[in-house]
Design a protein around this ligand. Structure first.
Ligand code: FA5
Length: 344
């Protein structure tokens, strides 16, 4: 029996030395220390031995069991260490490699030019306000002298949200001029505000026309405001954005909410005024509409047109960006092409 125990121990140790995974180790444990193993069977059969052999055999069998258990623990620890170490070995980090730079975000060219435009007017004493993009017919049209069926509605190709009765219909604002009314309804002169924001037109796009673009509305109302003030402010604005040398043109235009109305165009930056596809071979790009606030508009919001006068303007923001950076197609701004956007 003693010889059998000895051989069992030697065989178990020999097999253990060949185990090289935790799965194999578990099989080894079941085979040599499990309930059905030879050793367990020997231990159970000790009671059947003659009394004088029992203590010696019992002691020896238990010694072998403890020895195998401690060999099992040692092997388990060494296998676990090896399984941790091997990925660390194969995936060694080279901390001397140069780092990869993070792609940093940047401001969209429209945001940049909007900030610049607002800064110029802020420096001239204009306060910035904002208002809704979903607008009532009343503010977008009626209060600006454009009642239902007025032909001037055709100037503003409109995206309607619903059709209400009279001024109760809702639309996506076609310009920021409704902000003139919203502000004057609650504030008395003197007024000097700008209202930047997104506007919507239901029209086909081309190199100078988008269906979603930005306006910066301007409004000044006070005693003794004249057309000279309007011209002075707009010329100064163009000088700040484009420098002294860029040509600026004032011409008569028609907007029902101003009288007289003007259109301001700026010398095309792509062809330098010579004429190209972008400027329709005219040498000029229309940048903004403006004029003296119509007396009926003032009266409608309770401001006395006999006492107060005012001027208003609406700048086409993307057009300014095109002129400033020499961009020859407005659609590039919202095409989301990083090769374009990363240049700003
Ligand atoms: C207006 O929107 C008037 N509200 C401007 C105004 C304000 C006049 C206050 C008088 C007093 P207009 O539709 O012309 O006007 O647009 C103003 C400017 O926006 C234009 O001069 C042009 O620079 C730009 N613009 C017009 N349509 C588009 C378009 N589809 N895409 C990009 N820019 C445009």
């Amino acid at each position: 029996m003693l010889d059998r125990l000895k051989a069992l121990h030697a065989q178990a140790l020999d097999e253990l030395s060949k185990v090289d995974s935790l799965r194999e180790l578990e099989l080894w444990r079941v085979c040599h220390l499990g309930k059905k193993s030879t050793l367990t069977r020997i231990l159970r059969s000790l009671a059947t031995l003659p009394a004088e052999e029992r203590p010696g055999m019992g002691t020896r069998a238990n010694e072998i069991k403890r020895a195998l258990e401690s060999s099992l623990t040692e092997k388990e620890e060494s296998l676990q260490r090896a399984s941790l170490a091997s990925p660390l070995e194969s995936q060694r980090l080279d901390v001397t490699l140069p780092g990869r730079p993070f792609a940093t975000g940047r401001l969209h060219p429209t945001t940049k030019i909007l900030d610049e435009i607002c800064d110029v007017f802020r420096n001239m004493g204009f306060q910035t306000i904002e208002g809704p993009e979903v607008e009532w017919d009343y503010y977008n049209f009626e209060a600006l002298n454009i009642p239902q069926h007025h032909p001037a509605r055709d100037m503003f190709a409109t995206l309607w949200i619903d059709t209400g009765i009279g001024g109760k219909a809702r639309l996506l604002r076609t310009h920021t001029s409704p902000m003139q009314i919203r502000f004057m309804e609650r504030e008395r002169p003197p007024v000097r505000i700008i209202a930047p924001g997104r506007v919507y037109r239901y029209e086909a796009t081309d190199a100078t026309h988008e269906s979603i673009y930005h306006n910066v509305e301007g409004l000044a109302v006070d005693k003794n405001i004249t057309m000279a003030d309007l011209k002075g402010v707009l010329f100064q604005f163009c000088r700040c954005l484009f420098g002294e040398d860029r040509k600026v043109r004032f011409r008569c235009d028609y907007f029902p909410f101003v009288e007289p109305g003007v259109e301001v165009a700026i010398g095309c930056s792509v062809c330098d005024g010579v004429g190209c596809r972008l400027c329709g071979y005219s040498g000029w790009i229309e940048a903004l509409g403006a004029g003296m606030v119509h007396p009926d508009v003032l009266a409608r919001v309770g401001i006395e047109p006999e006492v107060y006068t005012g001027f208003a303007f609406g700048v086409g923001v993307e057009r300014m960006s095109m002129l400033r950076y020499g961009v020859d197609d407005i659609r590039l701004f919202y095409g989301n092409d990083l090769r374009f956007l990363e240049q700003f």
